[in-house]
Write a protein that binds this ligand. Sequence first.
Ligand code: ZN
Length: 423
Amino acid sequence: MGVSQHATATEIKAAYRTRAKELHPDRNQAQDASAQFRLLNKAYEVLSDPTSRASYDTIVLETANDPVTGAHHSKPESIVCSSCGKLSAQPRYAIFFAVKSFLLLTRRSPVQGIFCSACAEKKAYRASAVTWLLGWWGFPWGPIYSAHAIITNMLGGKRPADVNARLAAYQAWYFVAVGKMNLAQAVAMDAAELARLVPSNSAGAELGGTLDQLLRATGASTNRLKNSWRLLSRPFYVQAGSIAVIALGIWLGYENTPASQPPRGPKTYVGNLSATPPTSDLKRRTYVRPATAPNGNPWPTVAGYLPGFPRLNTDGNSTIAVDNGQNDSDVFVKLVSLSSANAYPVRQFFIPAGRSFRLESLRQGTYDIRYQDLSSGSLSRSAELSVTETRTYQGIRYTDLRLTLYKVRNGNMQMYTLSADEF
Ligand SMILES: [Zn+2]
C-alpha cells in the first residue's frame, strides 16, 4: 500500500482509496490488476483492524531484523518507542481510541503503535482530551463510545497480549545479543508473564516454544522489571469518577422526571418575608365570609377591580381572561407579578359566581393568579403564567390567556393550595 510502518489509521485509509482507484479492474486493464486488487483489499482488511494491525506490525519487525538469526543485519536492533525513539525495557504495543461525534455521526479512530510508557501516557491523554471535548455529542453511540474510550485509554490502552509477549521476547533477545544478561533475564520474565494471558491455541504454543528457548538462554530469575504500565492512576480516577457522575446524572434524570413540572412554591410578598407564619390555630378557625372587601366597602355585585387598590403593569397590550363561570361561589382574585425579586399584586378584583373578568393592558412578565373562594374561604393559586410580547412581521403579537377557575381543582390549569400569608 506504500504507507510507512507508523502510518495513522487516516493515512492508511487514504492510501487504500488511492491504490484501489488505480487497481480497480474496471479501470485497470493490466493482466494482474484484479489479483493485485484482491491483495490490496486483503492488506486493508488487516491494517484497518487495530488488533490485526498490531500483529502485522510485530511480524514485520520480527522478520525485518531477527536477532536470533541475525538476518538482514549484522547487529540486532532494539525495539524503540515509535513516538520518542528511545529504547525501553518495556515497550508495549498499545491502541488508544479518540472519539468524535456530530449529531447522529460518531467516529472512533485508533491511535496505535509501539510506545514507551511515558509516550503512551501522552497519547492516552491526547486521545481522551479529544474524546472529552468532541466524543459525547452523537446519538446514540457518542456517550457509549466516549465512556469506553476514556476508560480504555486510562487503563493504558488496548494491549494485545500475544503481540506484547512477542515484543518482550524480541527485546529480551536483543539484550542477550548485546550482552546485557541481567536485563535480558528480567525482560524474558516479563515476556513469560505476558504470555500467560495468551490463549493456548497454535499461536500461543508457538510463542511458548520461543519463550522456552529464550528462558533457557537467559536462565529464570526473580529479578522483575518494575511495571511502568500500571493504570494511569490519579487521572484515571478523576475521569472514571466524572463518567460515573454523568451516568448517575442521566440515570437520576430518567428516574425523577415527573409527568409534569412540579410547581414552584408561591413567591412571597415583600411585606410578608418576616411576617409570623400562620398558626395552626388560625387555620382551624371556622371560616366566615368577610362582610366587606379588604377596602372596607361591601363586595361588589358585578365583576371588576376593587376600588382603592393600585392598578399596576398597565403599559402592555396582553390580556388574561379569568373565567369563574364554572363556579358557584364568588371569588376575590389577585394577579401577582413574579418578575422582580419579590412578588407583588398588580391587580385585585372580584368575580361573582358564574361570571368572568378580563384583565387588559398587561405588561409582559411572569405572573400568577391567587384567589379566595369567598363561600368556603379556600385559597388557591395558579402555576406561573408567562405573558410575552413577540415582534413579528405583522407587528407585535401579544399574549391572550384564558384561565378557568373550577371549584374542584381541575380546571384548564393546575391549581395549588395557598396559605393565608401568601394570599
Ligand atoms: Zn516514547
